[in-house]
Structure formats: C-alpha cells, structure tokens
Design a protein. Structure first.
Length: 377
C-alpha cells in the first residue's frame, strides 16, 4: 500500500518563524508576515499538488480564516489536490453540512475530505453560541455523523436524538464520491465516535510507543463495531540535506520564541479540556530543555502553538526512517506542515519523498513510477 501524504494550508498566516494559535489561543504576530490570501495559499496548494501530496488540511477556529470558503476559492486554482476541510459539527445543521459537502464534490471534481473537529475548548465554543460540555459535544458529533452518512447514502432521515432532531431530511443530489471522514480525539468518548464513524483516525505526533497504543485502542473499538479504520498522523517537518542543517533550523525557530509568548501560550493551552492537547503539553512541560522526545521527534513547536506540537527533524534519510517507523505501527497517512509552508513543502517533497519511492512505499499520484534515478543528497 502506497503511503499518502497531505500538506497544510496556513489560513492563519505564514512566516519563516512559527505562527502560533489554535485551541483557544490567537495567531501570533508572525502570521502577518505572509497573510493568508487566496493567491498565496494557492501558491502553496499548487506546489503541494506538483510534488505529489494528495490533499491539504485547513484548520478551523476563531484564529484562522474559514476553511469551507477558503478551500472553495483555492480549489479553483488547482487541478488535483484534495482539501481536508476541518469543521465543527455543532456550528451547522447536519442536513446543510451534507448538502454543502455534496455541492463541494460536484464543483471541485470530487476533491473534498472532511476533518471533523468536535471542539475541545469550551470557552471558544461558547463564543460561537455552543454551551454543551465536552462529552455532550462528542455525543452530538455522533448523532451528526449518523445523519450525514445516511443522507449521503440517499436515505430519508428521521432522527430525534439527545442533541439533534431532523424530520424527512433528504438530499436532492448525492455527493460523488462520498467524502471520507477524518477524526481525532484521545478521550474515551472520542474513541467510541471514531470507531463508529471515522474512515481515518488521526493522531498528533506522539512518540511511536504512544501512537502504537492509540492504534491498538481504536482498532479494537472499531472491530467491536464491525468496522475497519485507517490511521493517520499530524506532524510538522524540518528536513534538510544533513542532520546538522535541520537541527540548526530547529534552533533558529526556538530562538524566535520569547519567554513572554511561551508563558502566555502555555497559560492559554492549560485551560484546554482536550485530552490530546494535554498529552501534547506533557511532552515538553513548557520547558525548552530535552525537546527531542524520541530520535528525530522534536516537541518545540508546541511551546507556542496549540494542537499539533511536534516535528520530525533531521536529514532526509532520517526523516524517511521515522516515517517508516510510524508506518510499521499502522500509520498510512501523514498530514504534514512546516515554516514557511511553501519552502518546506519543497524540502520534504524533493528530499524525503524520493527516498520513500525508492523503497516502494510511495508513488506520485499522477506521474508514473520510473526506474531509480540519482536523488539529491
């Protein structure tokens, strides 16, 4: 099975420094260095498309541009790239969301993937008018996905649930293909929802042993539901021709984290009700010391950014080795990013992907596989 790689569209702005934000914290000033215009995001998307990435994730929240609208516009400047649109099911009716997805598929040529984000930050959810607690939000997400999936199958849906109610719901036109659902979460109830409804379970970049435990947990839950699930991981990357160059770049990024920004971001993230965010914070404990938590796995990004806070750092060969290590655990999809996103897409696409292709683990989605050629050092 060929590995699948997705890139990231920084709809909160981009920079040669880490742009913070997410999980209830605002984007940092560095996000203004390269504003998230349609022109710039399209440039990143076209680069990712050419390099062989299958899709691009867009985040959701008050700290970034709206994912649905932005990707709809960027899709008109690309040809093949899919868009992994993050959205929160509590903010829109399930029937309307199913209709939006169906429209997106027709207008984009079937290039929508959905990243369902239940929302771990109650204070941010309340700003949008959502006053449910975390567990209730997950139960609502389960009802939401049940309705949406039945609508996509052409059924007429009547459901009176704990949180959602629809009567005689139907779609005039079905999506083709049906969008795949990506879903993450580390709490027990998140696992239950994933087992019933996810096509791909996404985890943030924890050390391999922790990732292996998550995979076993979700796989067992899915088997009880009579389902099988693919697994993906969300990571940043800093890959260079040599390990020394890569770690020098990591140190440069770390030098850009002033103490007050780290303190403020960590204080904000400490309010998070997200179990996944708690696990991310535990990897570094707010300290700049001992940030390499596994060979080539660096927790420095999480000092100033919510959500995904780890990066693969090393030479192209080392980063490829770590990807293979995660793949052996059961990870088939990798959702990657790096600062700045345009340049880092090329570093990874031209440095790491050819090495994985030589091992028979990856092929370009469009270009036919060729014989071994000289690769960059």
């Amino acid at each position: 099975m060929s590995l699948t790689f997705h890139w990231f569209l920084p709809t909160n702005g981009d920079s040669r420094h880490v742009v913070g934000g997410g999980h209830g914290t605002p984007a940092t000033a560095f996000g203004r260095n390269r504003p998230p215009t349609v022109a710039y995001l399209s440039q990143i998307a076209r680069a990712a498309e050419d390099l062989g990435f299958v899709g691009a994730l867009t985040p959701t929240g008050a700290w970034c541009e709206d994912a649905w609208l932005t990707t709809a516009m960027v899709s008109q400047h690309t040809e093949r790239l899919k868009f992994l649109v993050a959205f929160r099911p509590g903010f829109v009716s399930p029937t309307l969301a199913a209709q939006m997805a169906s429209t997106f598929q027709r207008q984009s040529g079937g290039r929508l993937l959905l990243n369902v984000v239940t929302g771990g930050e109650s204070h941010e959810q309340r700003a949008y008018g959502d006053f449910l607690d975390k567990d209730a939000r997950y139960r609502r997400t389960g009802e939401f996905l049940q309705i949406v999936r039945e609508l996509w199958q052409g059924r007429t849906v009547d459901l009176s649930g704990e949180h959602l109610r629809v009567e005689d719901a139907t779609l005039a036109r079905l999506p083709d293909p049906v969008p795949e659902v990506y879903f993450g979460g580390s709490s027990p109830i998140a696992g239950e929802v994933a087992a019933r409804h996810a096509d791909v379970y996404l985890t943030w970049g924890e050390p391999p042993a922790a990732v292996a435990e998550k995979i076993a947990w979700i796989r067992a839950l899915a088997e009880k539901e009579g389902r099988s699930i693919r697994f993906g991981i969300r990571l940043h990357v800093i890959t260079r021709d040599t390990a020394e160059q890569a770690w020098a770049e990591a140190r440069r990024l770390l030098d850009g984290f002033d103490a007050e920004t780290v303190r403020a971001v960590q204080a904000g993230l400490a309010r998070s009700a997200s179990e996944g965010q708690r696990r991310m914070l535990a990897l570094h404990g707010g300290s700049r010391d001992d940030l390499e938590i596994h060979p080539n796995l660096w927790a420095g990004i999480g000092l100033v950014r919510g959500g995904a806070g780890t990066a693969l750092v090393g030479s192209h060969d080392e980063v490829a080795e770590r990807i293979v290590e995660y793949h052996r655990l059961g990870i088939d999809e990798f959702v990657l990013s790096g600062y700045p996103h345009l340049e880092e897409a090329y570093w990874f696409g031209e440095g790491v992907l050819p090495r994985l292709a030589e091992q028979g683990l990856w092929t370009h989605p469009v270009r036919p596989a060729a014989g071994k050629t000289a690769r960059p050092s």
